[in-house]
Design a protein around this ligand. Structure first.
Ligand code: GRF
Length: 217
C-alpha cells in the first residue's frame, strides 16, 4: 500500500475546513495526523477529538514575542509526522523563519480571489467595491501575507441582496470542496512551489492558479 501523506492542520477557531479535510481524507491519499491551535477555546479542537486525531494547544500569549512562539510551534510540528502543513483559519502572522522552514510544504486558504483582497473583512470589501465575482484561493505560504503563489481559485458570483454573511456562507461551501482537492494534488506529488510560482504536473500555473469548478452556485 502506498503511504498516505501526513498532514498537520493549524487552526484558531471553528475548524470547518479542518472538518472537511478530515471527512474527505477517508479513502484518500492523505491523513490528518495532528491539529494545533493557538486558542484553547477553538471548536476545531473538539472536531479533532471526535475524529481521534491528536490535538495540542500552543497559546501565543504565553510567549514573549512572535519568534519564540513560532519556534515552539515549529518544534511541535517537527515532532509530528508531517508531509504538509495546512493553515485552516489560523489567525497568526507567521515569522520569516517559520515560513522559510516549511517553504513549499505549507498551504493557506483565503476567502477572496487573490491577489484581490488580502487581509481581513474580504466579503464586505467585495460588496463595497461592487464586484460581481468573489471566491476563495488556496496558495502556498510565503513571507508575503496572503501573497504566496496561488494554486487554485473557486469562484462565487455576487448576487443582488447579498450581505457579507450570505457571501461568507457560500464562500465557505466552496472552501470545503477546494481545500481537500488541493491537498490531494499535493499528496500525489503533483504540486510544487518553484521560482516563486505554483506548478502542477510540471506546468507553471498562472496568477490565478487552477480554476476549480464545483456544484456550489
Ligand atoms: C475561512 O474562511 C478561511 O478562508 C479563513 O479562515 C476561515 C476559517 O474558517 N482563512 P474555519 O475555521 O475553517 O471554519
Amino acid at each position: 500500500m502506498v503511504k498516505k501523506c501526513p498532514v498537520v492542520v493549524l487552526i484558531s477557531g471553528n475548524g470547518s475546513n479542518l472538518q472537511a479535510l478530515i471527512d474527505q481524507s477517508v479513502g484518500s491519499n492523505y491523513v490528518v495526523t495532528g491539529v494545533i491551535s493557538n486558542n484553547g477555546d477553538a471548536y476545531g479542537l473538539q472536531r479533532a477529538a471526535q475524529a481521534g486525531i491528536p490535538a495540542v494547544v500552543i497559546n501565543h500569549r504565553e510567549y514573549p514575542d512572535r519568534e519564540s512562539f513560532d519556534r515552539a510551534l515549529m518544534a511541535r510540528i517537527d515532532g509530528m509526522e508531517i508531509g504538509l502543513v495546512v493553515l485552516a483559519g489560523f489567525m497568526r502572522i507567521l515569522s520569516r523563519e517559520f515560513v522559510n522552514h516549511y517553504q513549499g510544504r505549507i498551504l493557506n486558504i483565503h476567502p477572496s480571489l487573490l491577489p484581490k483582497y488580502p487581509g481581513t473583512n474580504t466579503h464586505q470589501r467585495v460588496l463595497d467595491a461592487g464586484d460581481s465575482l468573489h471566491g476563495v484561493s488556496v496558495h502556498f505560504v510565503t513571507e508575503d501575507l496572503d501573497g504566496g503563489p496561488v494554486i487554485a481559485h473557486s469562484t462565487v458570483p455576487v448576487r443582488s441582496g447579498d450581505t457579507a454573511a450570505s457571501l461568507q456562507a457560500r464562500v465557505h461551501e466552496k472552501e470545503h470542496v477546494l481545500y481537500p482537492r488541493v491537498v490531494v494534488l499535493y499528496a500525489a506529488g503533483r504540486l510544487h512551489m518553484r521560482n516563486g510560482a505554483a506548478w502542477l504536473d510540471g506546468q507553471r500555473l498562472g496568477p490565478g492558479g487552477l480554476e476549480v469548478a464545483d456544484t456550489v452556485g
